[in-house]
Each structure stands twice: as C-alpha cells, then as structure tokens.
Design a protein around this ligand. Structure first.
Ligand SMILES: *[C@@H]1O[C@H](CO)[C@@H](O)[C@H](O)[C@H]1NC(C)=O
Ligand SMILES: *[C@@H]1O[C@H](CO)[C@@H](O)[C@H](O)[C@H]1NC(C)=O
Ligand SMILES: *[C@@H]1O[C@H](CO)[C@@H](O)[C@H](O)[C@H]1NC(C)=O
Ligand SMILES: *[C@@H]1O[C@H](CO)[C@@H](O)[C@H](O)[C@H]1NC(C)=O
Length: 506
C-alpha cells in the first residue's frame, strides 16, 4: 500500500482538520505540492458519485408484489409526478450537505456548522492555511459564494491593516487575498466574515475556497431562528393543566356518554373535547365537556383536526368513543413518559382490553406496527416491516413503533405539525402514522390500559364509517393514498382493501 492510499481519507461532516496533512508531512516534504494536488480533485460530480455509493441497502426494490394495491392510471401518474417534483425540491433543501475533506490539503476548515440569520453577519471561523505551503512567492486564496447569497469580507482592524496582503473583492461574492506571507494570510482569514444578502427562511450557501491547486468547499446555513412556543403547566404539577382528552363521535351517543361518565369518574377535573358529526345531534351528559357540533358526515380527519386545534394543554389523549376508562387507565404514566428528557417520545400509546379484561396491543388481529417506505425510480412503495422489538431504554415496558392504536397521549404541537389529512374522510388512523414517519417518536407501553367496549357498531355506523359495500368509495380511498404518498403500490393495512386485492389495478 503506498502512502497516498494509506492516508486517503475524508470526512462528510464535522471539522476537516489538516491532521492528515500533518501526518504525512515528512513524506510530503519530499513531494511537490503539485503532485499531491493531482492525486484527487473533487467536484460536484464526484460528490454525487459518493452520494450514490453511500446507499447500502439495495435488498428491496420497488417492484410491487402481487398482494398489493396500485399503480395509478397513467394520467393520474403524470399529475402526481409534477406534484412530486415540487415536493422533492423542497425536501432537498433540508438535506445534509456533503463536504469532502481532501487528503493532503493544506487548508483547514469547518466542514459544517456555520449558521447565520438572513441579512446578518457571521464570522467564517476555522479557515487556516498550513505554513508548509510557504513558498516565498506570492500565493492567492480565492473564496467564492457559489450561489451569490452573501458577501465576503475581511474585517478591518489595526491588526488587519498592518498585514502585508492585498485584498480584492472585499464585500462581494468573490474575495481574494494575495500575499507572500502565509502567517499574514492566516491572520486575515481569522477576520473573515460573511453577510447574508437574501431574505429567506432557510437556504444554504457554499463557499469554494481555493489556493494553488487545492480546493475545499465550506457550507453556510442561512436560517431564521425559531421562536420558542411554551406551555405553562401551572403550579403544583396538576395533570388537569397538562392534559386534555379528545374523542370524535358519530351516531353513537350511548357510547360517548359512557366514555364521558368514565372519565368524569377517574379524572373529574379534566377537560374533554368531543367532535360530533352525527346526523341528529343530541346533548351530551357529563361535566367538563366541550361539545363541538360538525356538519353531518364531515369526517374523521376533520374531527381530529378540529379537536387538536382546540387543545390548550401541552398534551392530549386520543380515545375512540367506544372506549371506557378503568382504574388501569392511569394517565400520569403517559405524562411521565412524555416528560422524560432522554426518552424524547412524542406519542405514547397504551393497551386496549376487551370486555373479558384481556389486554392487547391492537384491535385488529395482526395489525401493522412497523412500516418500510422504499423510494423507487417511478414512485415509492409502502410495505409492512417486521422489526425486532426495540424497547425504550428508560421504560423497558415500552416498545418503539411506527404505528399504534387509537389510544394514546401525545405532545400537542408535535401532532399539530403532522396534522390529519382531510383527504381521508372515514378511516384515517394508520394513514396518520404514515404521515408521521420521521417526525414523531412513538412508543407503546403496557402499563396504561383502556377498555374497548366493542359494541354499538350499529348499522348506520358500519355503513358510513367502514364504507361497507361501497366499492367505489374504497377504490377512491386507495387511489388517494397512492397519489398522496407518491406510491406505485402499497400493502393493505386495512381489511377494507381486501375485496379488491386480487384485482391489483385501482
Ligand atoms: C469531476 O471529477 C471526476 C472524477 O474525479 C472527473 O471524471 C470529471 O471529469 C470531473 N468533472 C469536472 C467538470 O471537472
Ligand atoms: C471590507 O468591507 C467592510 C464593509 O464595507 C469594511 O468594514 C472593511 O473595513 C473592509 N475591509 C477592508 C480590509 O478594507
Ligand atoms: C343523559 O342524561 C339524561 C338526563 O339528564 C338521561 O335521561 C340519560 O339517560 C342520560 N344518558 C346517558 C347515556 O347517561
Ligand atoms: C382495579 O380494580 C380492580 C377491582 O375493581 C382491582 O382488582 C385492581 O387491583 C385495581 N387495579 C388497580 C391498578 O388499581
């Protein structure tokens, strides 16, 4: 192995030091700088190549299995492509930058971590040229703002004024410093600043830094600060100040009244919000209840959004209208988990027990708990994924999951940020969790249990909510999922799809 390969290294993010450079200094001194530079030059093409190489898991591609739903018809697919391109553009703005730290480079720099508010200054710290570059002839360093989103400066001071350097382009997108003295250049570089010239909330600028044949790229994140939004939990650690219970009901007053009465029994001071899109409205029984009347059949997601928008506490509990609280429904245990600063959970589900008192993780037999999204050339795919059980370190009775049941406590703001998609009118439970992938850290714990009455599913209810005998409605529903999540296909997680599974086309 020759020395060039031995010390070939790069870092993707973090501080790119001339550690490598120093290491090889003894060998380096016998080489010319030019020969080192020839070894590898990087450009955006080679970075792209590295990005491709990075992808490891090629085991699953997006060829749709026969037991799946999709794809969309050609015309719809065309429209989807256009929408997807827009989405992808926005998403790419959030991508981590890749910074290649070249071997044997005499330039030290920060690979990432410089941030600035729009229309403000930041010092570009960390750039230094190694003195071994000293050549007794003039050298020039050139810094260029690649997207012209800012101006580069050398700050004036008695120190910088006394340096033997020539600066060109001070206050423009391209700045150069010319000198015979590397030490003077380094002093000037320690006074380097960047002024962001565009008013935007989030952008990234790249600064190409070149000296002789060496080039490195620095990135600067231009971003507005986020303003904190805090909830006052009130004095005395009162759970009623922290938690609101919400439920959506439809044509099931007997159910929802039993739920309210059970909550009033165990948490007499806790606020309950009920969204109601029943056909003939009735008054609700119980105390601390806010009854939100919605137009008939307005829908499940609309109800959820309405409810979450009306929560005034840091956390809320979601329950279905056919659940009842028992003495095992201990909400304090949910709060404890959400408040753990290290577990960092956003949403914690409990268990559901049937009328015989048997507690289960899901109402549906063999329900999904983990999801895999595969990015395909021509749209992605959603598959069920069977992951090994991962326990929450702080709470060994909790498992991390992608999807949980309809009984959970969550951080209000975290759920608001995901939202409930109104595209889904009747059934939107697992769909919410698909939207929440990558946004919410979710667990299910076995020490909070609610009872599912599993009755009262009257004929009307089945007809509307479960889309019974409504093939058209089901097909439309499947089509919406395909479009919305930019999918070629998905494996059905809901029994309502099974009827048109054989006929794969939607
Ligand atoms: C970029 O680098 C690659 C390999 O390192 C090389 O093949 C390609 O010609 C370079 N492209 C440009 C525009 O310099
Ligand atoms: C560069 O421009 C800034 C802003 O106009 C100025 O404050 C500074 O003195 C200039 N630096 C030098 C070295 O002239
Ligand atoms: C609700 O209250 C009314 C009168 O206050 C009572 O007649 C009715 O039975 C109650 N319903 C339930 C489900 O408790
Ligand atoms: C709940 O109540 C039942 C009987 O009513 C009792 O056996 C059980 O221990 C109680 N559980 C808790 C957690 O208090």
């Amino acid at each position: 192995m020759n020395w060039k390969t031995r010390y070939a290294t790069f870092c993707v993010v973090g501080l790119c030091f001339f550690g490598v450079y120093l290491f090889i200094l003894d060998i380096f001194s016998s080489c010319t700088l030019e020969s080192a530079a020839i070894w590898e030059k990087t450009n955006s093409t080679s970075i792209l190549h590295l990005r491709k190489q990075m992808e490891f898991d090629k085991t699953r591609d997006c060829s749709c299995p026969s037991k799946s739903i999709g794809p969309l018809d050609k015309n719809t697919r065309q429209r989807q492509k256009k929408e997807y391109t827009e989405w992808e553009h926005q998403e790419s703005k959030m991508a981590e930058p890749m910074t290649l730290c070249p071997a044997m480079s005499p330039i030290q720099y920060l690979g990432s971590g410089i941030t600035v508010e729009p229309l403000k200054y930041v010092r570009i710290v960390g750039i230094k040229i190694h003195p071994a570059l000293q050549t007794n002839k003039e050298v020039t360093i050139i810094l260029t703002s690649r997207h012209s989103l800012g101006q580069l400066y050398v700050e004036s001071s008695t120190i910088t004024d006394s340096l033997q350097i020539a600066i060109h382009g001070n206050g423009s997108c391209q700045l150069s410093i010319n000198t015979e003295k590397i030490n003077d250049m380094n002093t000037a570089l320690s006074h380097l600043a960047y002024y962001s010239t565009e008013h935007d909330i989030r952008q990234r600028d790249y600064i190409d830094v070149s000296i002789q044949d060496f080039v490195v790229v620095i990135n600067i994140l231009i971003q507005r600060h986020h303003v904190p939004r805090l909830y006052d939990p009130g004095p005395g650690n009162d759970i009623n100040r922290k938690v609101t219970i919400v439920a959506k009901t439809f044509n099931r007053y007997d159910c929802v009244n039993k739920l309210i009465s059970s909550i009033n029994h165990f948490y007499p001071k806790m606020t309950i919000l009920i969204a109601d899109d029943s056909e003939t409205k009735q008054k609700l029984n119980g105390t601390n209840v806010k009854h939100f009347l919605m137009p008939f059949k307005e829908g499940y997601s609309a109800g959820k959004n309405l409810l979450v928008s009306q929560v005034r506490t840091k956390y809320f509990v979601w329950v279905d209208d056919d659940f009842v609280f028992t003495n095992y429904t201990i909400l304090e245990r949910f709060v404890e988990k959400l408040e753990s600063p290290t577990a960092e959970l956003d949403l914690v589900a409990g268990l559901i027990s049937n009328m015989k008192g048997i507690a289960m993780e899901d109402i549906i037999k063999d329900g999904w708990s983990d999801v895999e999204y595969v990015k395909g050339q021509d749209g992605g795919c959603l598959f069920r994924r069977k992951l090994p059980v991962t326990k929450v370190k702080e709470f060994p009775n909790c498992k991390l999951k992608d999807m949980v049941i309809n009984f959970f406590m969550a951080k209000t703001d975290a759920v608001r940020n995901v939202g409930f998609d109104l595209v889904f009118e009747r059934i939107a439970h697992r769909e919410f969790f698909i939207d929440a992938l990558g946004y919410l850290r979710i667990a299910q714990c076995d020490d909070v249990i609610i009872q599912h009455r599993g009755e009262g599913k009257n004929k009307d209810y089945k007809h509307y909510r479960l889309m019974e005998n409504q093939m058209k409605a089901r097909a439309a529903y499947a089509e919406r999922i395909l479009f919305k999540n930019n999918l070629q296909c998905f494996q059905p997680w809901n029994p309502i799809f099974s009827s048109f599974m054989k006929n794969k086309k939607v």
